[in-house]
Design a protein around this ligand. Structure first.
Ligand code: SF4
Ligand code: SF4
Ligand code: FES
Length: 278
């Protein structure tokens, strides 16, 4: 298809408008901000200050990349999607666990240096990178999904939509481990051997409330996963970038199940006849 003179005029005009927009954005205020970034290991490290230019729309991860390019080529930082979906860029920004790629600079007070440091609940590798492999080991200790036999001869199941909907919230988790980082049981008390943390209590909730699952995990929740250590401070819920109601919708219902089945003999007896086998 050809292009008419009128079309050409439109192209020129739209190009001119784009150039004007570009000039306007280039002219939009670009100012500098200072970032105090943790450099080094846990035993041999310090905060170092870097000043870089910032402009509208930038997030903390942009500033970190810019600093890498300009003045700290060996700065270690983990990231992948830059879209809040891979869970790789977790760090602490001004003392709060956050995804660096989802933290806009215009949410921060740039008149003061912005502090960027690694998560505290896991061993530090270097700079902003922590070793989160403990989480993957903790996940392996949770009893796997085990569905009941199909309801129909064609191998399909029948479920209530409300039961399906209930676990969807938990499936939004991106495994950023920010909730693990903020939880005082792991962060301050180092109970990694005896407490799986809010991320994996949410994972257990997704399995326990799954309408097809047949396993009863209340025993392992009480013993190996240490649900009793959680004192419902809700710090985990406050930092979750997926807005999962970790405490209200996952941990509290699991605690109720554990109490019902392990501390209330009458309910335990009733459940024995009504619910999944142990
Ligand atoms: S509510 Fe429980 S799991 Fe969440 S941060 Fe507090 S103690 Fe940790
Ligand atoms: S529950 Fe939320 S904060 Fe915790 S790992 Fe998943 S997405 Fe991150
Ligand atoms: S880079 Fe993927 S969540 Fe930030």
């Amino acid at each position: 298809m050809g292009t008419s003179a009128g079309d050409s005029m439109d192209v020129v005009e739209s190009g001119r408008r784009a150039a004007e927009r570009s000039d306007a954005s280039a002219g939009s205020e670009t100012r500098s901000a200072t970032f105090r970034i943790w450099r080094g290991t846990a035993t041999d490290g310090r905060f170092e200050a870097y000043t870089t230019g910032v402009s509208e729309g930038m997030v903390v991860l942009d500033a970190i990349h810019q600093i890498q390019a300009e003045s700290a080529g060996d700065l270690a930082v983990r990231w992948n999607c830059k879209a809040g979906k891979c869970g790789s860029c977790s760090a602490e920004v001004n003392g709060r666990p956050r995804l660096m790629c989802m933290t806009r600079l215009n949410e921060l007070d740039l008149s003061e240096p912005v502090t960027v440091e690694p998560m505290k609940a896991f061993p530090l590798v270097r700079d902003l990178v922590t070793d989160v492999s403990w989480n993957f080991e903790a996940k392996k200790r949770i009893a796997k999904f085990s569905p009941r036999a199909p309801d129909a001869a064609d191998g399909t199941w029948r479920m209530q939509q409300s039961d399906v909907d209930r676990v969807q919230e938990f499936r939004k988790c991106i495994e950023c481990f920010l909730c693990q980082d903020v939880c005082h049981v792991l962060r301050d008390h180092g109970k990694h051997d005896s407490f799986v943390g809010p991320r994996f209590l949410t994972y257990v909730a997704a399995l326990e409330m799954h309408p097809l699952d047949t396993v009863n995990r209340t025993g392992e929740l009480k013993e190996a996963h240490g649900i009793g250590y959680c004192n419902i401070t809700k710090c985990c819920t406050k930092v979750c970038p997926e807005s999962i109601a970790i405490t209200d919708n996952a941990i509290i219902p699991l605690k109720e199940r554990v109490v019902d089945e392990h501390y209330d003999p009458l309910t335990a007896l009733v459940r024995l006849f009504r619910r999944k086998p142990q």
